[in-house]
Write a protein of this length. Structure first.
Length: 404
């Protein structure tokens, strides 16, 4: 059986290999526990640095099975061993009990790496974006809600939906809204939920996440930044990441469990970096472009972010017109900056006042839309990498806004 004190001392010696009194005390504990060969290894290290140390020599004799002294060697008077034991007993994490020193696998819902929740968000809570909502309804929600019509038309529920567009435009919020419309549970997964340093553990984590979604069906499984999980394998130099990509393909095909009732949504800022195998029919075969919010959506977003703040005389229509190409995150930052201007003026003048239009306009002079770099990259993709028409919707948007 493992001895917690010895395990803690082993970790302490590993952290401080040059602490010879600590190493001798560990050897003494090992000898007392009948683990002489382990004590020999530690005492050999100590003797290599202090060959003539009498206490170490006596402990080595005991560890090798020689005659014990009448009494154990007295500890050095300048070392408080009880203080050492008390210090390390509760602070050093326990070592894994398994012989291969690997963590235990995730088992069941009580030991999962992701949270499974019920979404209270509906598409009606998403401001504007009428084209996106219509596309979601036609491609994803309508077939799921109308079982009889789906059966009559032979419409399959296999496959998933890929949301793509500039960062900060509400892809995650839309995924939650889809789950809310369906009354399904919602699971959000990113690369950090899957990756693990142990060989094969990342693939096991991904499998366990899909299994948790299957057990909780109907469930929307949302793969955030899917280009990180399913990057183009032809561009990968890491064999472990290629293996993880293969595992994702197998899970989406339902090879290791039925995916009935599991609806896969994915989001990315860079669909051109997603492995083509992930976008073939039966996987992420439907795409929806989530563009920067239109004027109606911008006004709704601004209203939400100003709702709980003290405001006076704010012209939402004027602000919405002045914030073309702003993402939802940019609009939130705009409101935050305006609040800072108003608060700073209140502090310096000594008169507390509301957030006014002048504060919003001052913030507009400071905050710039963050979607510019993405739109420039998207323009290059639409011009030179759209041979198969995968980005026709993107090209249409860019032409409409005179960016192509």
């Amino acid at each position: 059986m493992s001895n917690p004190l010895i395990e803690s001392m082993l970790a302490a010696v590993e952290a401080s290999p040059d602490d010879l009194p600590l190493r001798r005390h560990l050897a003494e504990l090992l000898i007392g526990a009948g683990r002489g060969p382990e004590a020999v290894a530690h005492l050999a290290v100590a003797l290599a640095q202090e060959p003539a140390h009498a206490e170490t020599q006596a402990l080595m004799t005991q560890a090798l099975g020689g005659p014990s002294a009448a009494e154990p060697p007295a500890p050095s008077p300048d070392v408080n061993w009880k203080a050492y034991e008390k210090e390390f007993e509760g602070s050093v994490p326990p070592r894994y009990a398994r012989a291969d020193d690997e963590p235990d696998p995730i088992e069941g819902d009580d030991d999962r790496t992701v949270d499974i929740e019920l979404s209270g968000v509906k598409l009606a809570d998403v401001g504007g974006m009428q084209d996106v909502k219509k596309r979601l309804e036609l491609a994803f929600l309508a077939p799921m809600k109308n079982e009889k019509l789906r059966s009559m038309y032979g419409k399959s529920l296999r496959g998933g939906l890929l949301l793509y567009g500039p960062p900060g435009c509400g892809k995650t919020f839309l995924a939650r809204a889809v789950a809310g419309e369906m009354g399904a549970r919602f699971v959000s997964v990113s690369l950090v939920d899957v990756l693990n340093m142990w060989i094969g553990q990342s693939e096991r984590n991904l499998h366990d996440i899909f299994q948790a979604a299957r057990r909780n069906a109907p469930c929307v499984l949302f793969l955030d930044e899917v280009d990180a999980l399913g990057h183009k394998r032809s561009q990968m130099q890491s064999s472990s990441m290629r293996t993880l990509g293969n595992q994702l393909l197998a899970e989406m095909d339902g090879m290791e469990g039925s995916n009935d009732g599991v609806f896969v949504l994915a989001a990315t800022n860079a669909p051109w970096d997603v492995d083509p195998a992930l976008r073939r029919p039966g996987r992420l075969d439907r795409t929806v472009l989530v563009i920067p919010p239109d004027a109606e959506a911008r006004a709704a977003i601004l209203e939400v972010h100003l709702r709980d703040r003290p405001i006076a005389g704010i012209d939402l229509k004027r602000l919405a017109a002045a914030t073309d190409k702003f993402s939802g995150a940019d609009l939130a930052h705009l409101c935050e900056t305006a609040a800072e201007y108003a608060m700073h003026d209140s502090v310096t003048s000594g008169n507390v006042r509301m957030i006014e239009q002048r504060d919003m306009e001052a913030a507009l002079r400071e905050v710039r839309p963050s979607t510019g770099p993405w739109l420039q990259t998207a323009r290059n993709v639409a011009m030179f990498a759209n041979e198969d028409g995968a980005y026709s919707e993107l090209a249409k948007y860019l032409k409409k806004n005179k960016l192509l």
